[in-house]
Design a protein around this ligand. Structure first.
Ligand code: ADP
Ligand code: MG
Length: 266
């Protein structure tokens, strides 16, 4: 028995309304195309439903990624593939590729980037953070100075516990630029508490221009520095980068061109 045309049209409207009510907007938009495909490609019912829901799942994933990236506060859009390994012989490419598999997150292991300014510490941290966000993990990027300032403010406003919970939350926390600015006393203890409460639970990437042997000066206290390193390094990959500064590379090239020009004229 054939269904009357009107009833089929009404059923279509009803289906769209259902999708709208369930907020499956991408599927609602894709419905006409999928129904066309049912006719032109002779899709089975299962195939049609799968295609329709696939559109919705893809749209939801994209929306969630956007929101994770917004939360993460990554200061640059860099990815690991943007990193020029040939330009930085100080970095072990194999090691970075291994970190980029994000296995360290499963072990709640940490990553420490140690090296002078301009060698790519921030770029690699952001690249790993982005990969983690794309893989579905909650990520947050901050600098040591910002973290200290934020904890200080929270303490004054009676929100210390909320602040600590915030920094305990992300599956991956990036703390950039430790040692660039001296930490105030309560900053050192805030950083210690953040590291301590994440210890063995979730991963932290920390980058610093200060060699581990000199951390006492960053914290103004050898005991805090030792306790901090104890937790950080227990399960950690330390990436020491002692190659040339990428920032200064352009200047260096320029300077050497100038030198050659001058030399050839002499
Ligand atoms: P650091 O944090 O060690 O001071 P950054 O990661 O901020 O250094 O790098 C400084 C600048 O140089 C950034 O603009 C970064 O994109 C660029 N850079 C550094 N290393 C590389 C590299 N190996 N390939 C491409 N760009 C690089
Ligand atoms: Mg940096």
């Amino acid at each position: 028995m054939t269904q009357p045309v009107m009833s089929e049209a009404r059923r279509y409207q009803q289906l769209r309304a259902h999708l709208g009510y369930l907020k499956l907007d991408a599927a609602a938009d894709a419905l006409p195309k999928v129904l066309d495909a049912v006719r032109t490609e002779q899709l089975s019912l299962t195939a049609a439903l799968e295609r329709l829901l696939d559109v919705e799942v893809t749209a939801t994933e994209a929306r969630k990624l956007t929101s994770r990236l917004r939360f993460a506060c990554l200061p640059e859009p860099w990815t690991i593939t943007d990193f020029d390994f040939a330009a930085q012989p100080g970095v072990d490419e194999k090691l970075i590729r291994d970190l980029a598999t994000l296995r360290f997150l499963d072990d709640a292991a940490n990553v420490l980037f140690v090296g002078p300014p301009g060698v790519g510490k921030t770029m690699l941290s952001i690249g790993l953070a982005r990969a983690a966000a794309e893989a579905g993990h909650r990520v947050y990027f901050t600098t040591a100075a910002d973290l200290a300032a934020r904890c200080h403010k929270a303490a004054i406003e009676g929100r210390w516990n909320t602040c600590m919970r915030f920094f305990a939350g992300p599956r991956l926390l990036v703390i950039d630029e430790l040692g660039y600015l001296p930490l105030p006393e309560d900053g050192a203890s805030a950083l210690f508490q953040v590291i301590n409460q994440r210890y063995l639970k979730s991963s932290t990437i920390l980058s610093t221009n200060v060699g581990i042997a000199d951390w006492a000066s960053v914290f103004g206290d050898a005991t805090v520095a030792a306790a901090m390193l104890d937790r950080l390094l227990h399960r950690a990959t330390v990436v020491g980068i002692d190659g040339p500064s990428y920032r200064l590379r352009a200047h260096a090239n320029h300077a050497s061109t100038l030198r050659q020009a001058v030399a050839s004229r002499a």
